[in-house]
Design a binder for this molecule. Structure first.
Ligand SMILES: *Cc1c(COP(=O)(O)O)cnc(C)c1O
Length: 703
């Protein structure tokens, strides 16, 4: 996957056949299978392309050899102490649809950065053969979901084979049967990611679809998946020869790994308490959910049905087992995955400062003798992987002004301060280029959709056919969960229209995002927004683009002028799309929630509402909407159009964009984040566990 964060490598492929590269949705494997021999031969005859090829391959080889990597130089004695990273989803690239949203993008970015730093890490997730869904919106604004069966031969995944030439499998017990699971390997640079897949011939037909889709199905499907991930994941790593020093659970979905690890120690002769203690000392848990209802919990009848067979293996009776994850609610007890993970981890963290506060409040009941503010949940604010999200041309501009090895110094504020030296003309030309690129891309999508047929003409307008490449453009792209309040900006339609429709200062807003297919509330929100967009009053300046994915996300976070985010505080644990935008010189316009509460400094974007919680949601909506309209009308639009130099450049706007990159760059990259996980969570765990892992070689070499 190295090519996914090295745009020059992508350009090399695109140079051979640009159209095919787009048609295959940036899938190099499909590309290589379909590309015409004559195109390849033409490339082979071009000395410039060959030289380009040699350079890319040299860079790739040097990267994979990992010679001058940060981690092995600083921690040579910890090179063979891998961190095992478990997550339900991984967002690495649009060709591998095994992610739904922010949680997955964070996991994917985390692996890429671990690879860049040379950290020993191995990751476990699922190979969803039908992925997450593709989104279509009907003329009436109703979201339709379609699933496509993914062929592994088309994807950058390799089967893990046993010595007998058959797929390597492990098994996990589900009620009344053993389910076999095979593994696929993805090379995230130097970090291997193993994807579990229950689509194996010896399984019952109903079990073969257990891992077909992400976040789909009922609670029994969910607990089955989580048993495969947690228990199956540990077994998979053991089969592959890993003995990780740290076990990092990204959200509670994988917390059953705790049971399997305790079972291993019991089998080796330890008591339950000793085993639980050892296991706990190497676990790390990251929570992402500030909404109690969003947490992963199971009714006890499901726990009885699915887990009673594990109790004897752990030497536990029912009540003692339930106690591991017991969450007492007014309507009865449930088994909570985050409770299991919180109680059985050495270190626990939330993903922003405010989210830390909310998490301590939410889980304080687990530590009744500790004051709430001392509940042992810290926070590490999220970040984004620079190579993945930075526009290629902006990299080139940074190469010219930030100093030679700026990529290696991305957590150094002094390096970022050099952004102020970029001449306005160059930054402005680049920002205009990126916006044009976005608009042409959207028009091209609209054209393709029109040509496919089956759509009403108004849908073509709604999808961006009338976009203006020079108008002030606002992006709003995220999952349509009600707390994200996509409709906040529609709360005073008249005022909104008066802002967007000024012919001397037009404003356009691009919406994108999926709702969970089973969530009526989210789909109704899309419909509400879509109906407004379709109306002729909006004059084609409001747009909804279907099928938000990483590809569209790159176009949007690089191409718009302003990134809008309106969550109902404090429900946005962190948010990361605004960080991607900021690094590209896009200005954030957001509620002071999650990361933006830490990033906003008064001069690098705009804050909607204030830094206080309002408990009545209607009051909060009204308050935030008023703030949103005021700032948009009186500050953002005039700053963009008003203060232009004779040659048409908005100097004050560009100063703000530079301030945004300067101040946010050092704080919100994945490099800062991963180093913080390492210093504050991984290293303490590794160092206190020196004796628990006498075998130094815990990192097998696989071909
Ligand atoms: C970055 C990203 C997200 C997460 O963004 P939020 O700010 O958390 O809403 C979701 N989906 C895609 C495709 C992304 O690229």
């Amino acid at each position: 996957m190295w090519w996914t964060w090295n745009p020059e490598a992508q350009r090399l492929i695109a140079k051979i056949d640009m159209l095919l590269w787009e048609e295959t949705n940036h899938n190099p494997i499909q590309f290589l299978r379909q590309v015409k021999t004559s195109q390849v031969e033409a490339a082979l005859r071009d000395p410039y392309t060959l030289e380009f090829y040699d350079r890319i391959m040299r860079e790739y080889d040097a990267y994979m050899r990992g010679e001058s990597c940060w981690y092995p130089e600083v921690y040579p004695h910890l090179r063979n102490r891998p961190v095992a990273y478990f997550s339900m989803e991984f967002g690495l690239h649009e060709t591998l649809p095994i992610y739904a949203g922010g949680l997955g993008i964070l996991s994917g970015d985390h692996l890429k950065e671990a690879s860049d730093l040379g950290m020993p890490m191995v990751a476990v997730g699922f190979f969803y053969t039908e992925g997450y869904f593709s989104q279509r919106v009907t003329e009436d604004g109703w979201q339709e979901a379609t699933y496509t069966h993914q062929q592994f031969v088309d994807l950058p995944v390799l089967p893990v084979m046993a010595e007998n030439g058959l797929p390597e499998t492990i098994t996990v017990s589900l009620p009344g049967r053993e389910v076999s699971v095979r593994m696929w390997e993805v090379h995230v640079g130097r970090v291997p990611l193993y994807l579990l897949d229950a689509n194996v011939e010896e399984n019952l037909p109903s079990d073969r679809t257990l891992t077909a889709r992400l976040y789909s199905g009922d609670l029994e499907m969910r607990i089955s998946q989580e048993l495969l991930l947690g228990i199956g994941g540990v077994r998979a790593l053991r089969t592959l020869g890993y003995n990780p020093s740290v076990w990092h659970m990204n959200e509670g979905h994988s917390a059953f790994l705790i049971l399997e690890r305790i079972r291993e120690y019991i089998e080796a002769g330890h008591s339950f308490d000793e085993s639980a203690q050892i296991v706990r000392s190497s676990n790390i848990f990251t929570t992402h959910t500030p909404v109690p209802a969003g947490n992963d919990e199971f009714p006890l009848w499901i726990v009885d049905k699915y887990l009673s067979q594990y109790w004897p293996l752990l030497g536990l009776e029912r009540e003692a087992f339930i106690d591991l994850g017991r969450h007492s609610l007014p309507w009865g007890d449930v088994f909570s995955m985050p409770v299991l993970a919180l109680k059985t981890s050495e270190e626990r963290n939330a993903v922003s400062e405010l989210h830390g506060r909310v998490a301590r409040q939410m889980w304080h009941f687990l530590w009744p003798d500790t004051p709430e503010e001392e509940a042992p949940i810290t926070h590490i604010t999220n970040g984004v992987h620079l190579g993945t999200w930075l526009a290629r041309r902006l990299r080139a501009l940074f190469n010219a002004y930030l100093g030679e090895n700026w990529m290696e110094r991305q957590d150094d504020p002094e390096m970022w301060a050099r952004v102020l030296q970029i001449p306005d003309e160059q930054l402005w030309a680049l920002r205009r280029h990126l916006k044009r690129k976005l608009v042409y891309y959207m028009r091209e999508r609209a054209r393709r959709r029109w040509k496919q047929g089956g759509v009403h003409p108004v849908q073509i307008i709604a999808s961006g056919a009338l976009l203006d490449p020079y108008a002030l453009t606002i992006g709003f792209a995220r999952r349509f969960a009600p707390y994200k309040r996509a409709n906040l900006i529609l709360s005073d339609v008249e005022r909104l229209l008066s802002i967007v429709n000024r012919s001397d200062m037009p404003v356009q807003i691009i919406f994108a995002g999926k709702s969970h297919p089973d969530h009526e509330g989210g789909k109704l929100l899309i419909q509400q927004v879509y109906r407004m967009i379709k109306s002729s009053d909006s004059a084609g300046r409001l747009v909804f683009v279907e099928d938000y994915d990483m590809n569209l996300a790159r176009y949007l976070v690089q191409g718009v002028d302003v990134w809008l985010n309106t969550p109902r505080r404090p429900n946005e644990a962190s948010g990361t799309s605004g960080m991607k935008a900021a690094l590209n010189g896009v200005l954030n316009f957001s509620v002071l929630d999650g990361w933006w509460r830490e990033g906003y400094n008064g001069a690098n974007g705009w804050a909607i509402g204030g830094d206080a919680d309002i408990s009545d949601p209607d009051q909060q909506d009204a308050h935030d909407a008023a703030s949103l309209y005021d700032i948009l009308e009186k500050e953002i639009v005039p700053l963009y159009y008003g203060q232009r130099s004779p040659d048409g450049m908005p100097g004050a706007w560009l100063a703000r964009a530079k301030e945004s990159i300067r101040s946010l760059g050092p704080q919100f990259t994945m490099r800062r984040m991963v180093k913080e996980y390492l210093d504050r969570l991984y290293l303490p765990v590794m160092q206190s566990n020196g004796q628990a892992h006498p075998a130094e070689i815990s990192m097998p070499k696989r071909g």
